[in-house]
Design a protein around this ligand. Structure first.
Ligand code: ADP
Length: 306
């Protein structure tokens, strides 16, 4: 298999994270502490992780929209500093996407996302990179659905592979799945999309992958990953043992690691191992983006790209 590129098409947000003694009740005014500005968004986080762990022969590019505000400079700059090609990140008039994240003393959180630039995406931007066979196109569902549809169509026409992370869940993806090469969801999304019962099992995953003719990867948090190729038996991968302190962003890091290994020519199983290693390492730091992820660290945990 040829080595290709990872092209992430998706959301880029400014995360405004603040700590509060308890989550505010309606009408309540609280004194919070420690307001932190971080780069986020599912698309941005996934591109960041992919660039951090990609072997030298795999490049990572982001297609997305930021606003014309101060945040846009930071959002672009953080991706570029991680090694992401941001030349297809457009600036549109208005504010960048913003997520307001309140975290209380027990670690519970509430999140309000204001899509901003992510919602005002010119549809032409969906295909602003010429896709090639061997490319891995990574999509999530935080951008207008028309962009997702256009990107899947463009990738299919170009012979590129599509990895779709169906989050936040939107059932409109179901008819698109026949054009998707790998569907990656967490346990809750898998249940809601396919009606699996509580004891999600190998037969469910293998049967659904076969019905869809799509590799299906279900991430199970600290319990690891259950996955199946389009045709063949399901496999399980237990989570790598790490000292987890904050699992925020583990799912996005999983997608980034998966896509990097897949674009490098790794098998589905190798890609899942790299995803799980990137996810586990990201759970050892606070925040959604691990600043010091490296290909060597992921390889040490996951094994070679073989
Ligand atoms: P999401 O954030 O989308 O719900 P998960 O919580 O399932 O995603 O995490 C994605 C992957 O990251 C898991 O399948 C696992 O491989 C890895 N991971 C998550 N939490 C841990 C943990 N506590 N220890 C080790 N690996 C973890």
């Amino acid at each position: 298999m040829t080595t290709g590129r990872v092209i992430v098409v998706g959301s880029i947000n400014l995360d405004l994270l603040y700590r509060v003694p308890h989550l505010p009740r309606p009408g309540e005014t609280l004194l919070g502490a420690e307001l932190v500005r971080l780069s986020g968004g599912k698309g941005g986080n996934q591109a960041h992780a992919a660039a951090k762990v990609a072997p030298a022969e795999v490049s990572v590019a982001m297609v997305g929209c930021v606003g014309d505000d101060d945040a846009a400079t930071m959002l672009r700059g953080d991706l570029a500093a991680a090694g992401v090609d941001v030349s297809a990140v457009r600036s549109v008039a208005g504010p960048s996407g913003t997520a307001l994240i309140a975290v209380d003393e027990r670690g519970e959180n509430t999140i309000v996302v204001i899509p901003g630039a992510n919602a005002t995406w010119p549809s032409a931007a969906a295909t602003s990179i010429d896709l090639r066979p061997g490319d891995v196109v990574v999509l999530q569902l935080e951008v207008p659905f028309a962009v997702v549809e256009a990107t899947v169509a463009g990738a299919t026409a170009a012979g590129a592979r599509v990895a779709l992370n169906a989050a936040p869940l939107d059932r409109r993806v179901l008819p698109l799945l026949e054009h998707v090469d790998a569907l990656i969801v967490n346990e809750i999304e898998a249940r809601e999309l396919f009606g699996f019962d509580v004891a999600l099992g190998a037969d469910d995953v293998a049967g659904t992958a076969a019905d869809l003719d799509t590799a299906l990867v279900v991430t199970l948090g600290a319990r690891g990953v259950l996955f199946a190729p389009a045709r063949g038996a399901a496999m399980t991968l237990p989570a790598f043992a790490v000292d987890a302190i904050d699992t925020v962003g583990a799912g996005d890091a999983f997608i980034g690691g998966f896509a990097a290994a897949w674009a490098a020519g790794g098998s589905l199983e190798t890609a899942v191992r790299w995803g799980a290693a990137a996810g586990a390492l990201t759970a050892t730091v606070s925040g959604a983006r691990h600043p010091d992820l490296t290909p060597a660290a992921v390889q040490a945990l996951a094994g070679s790209l073989g």
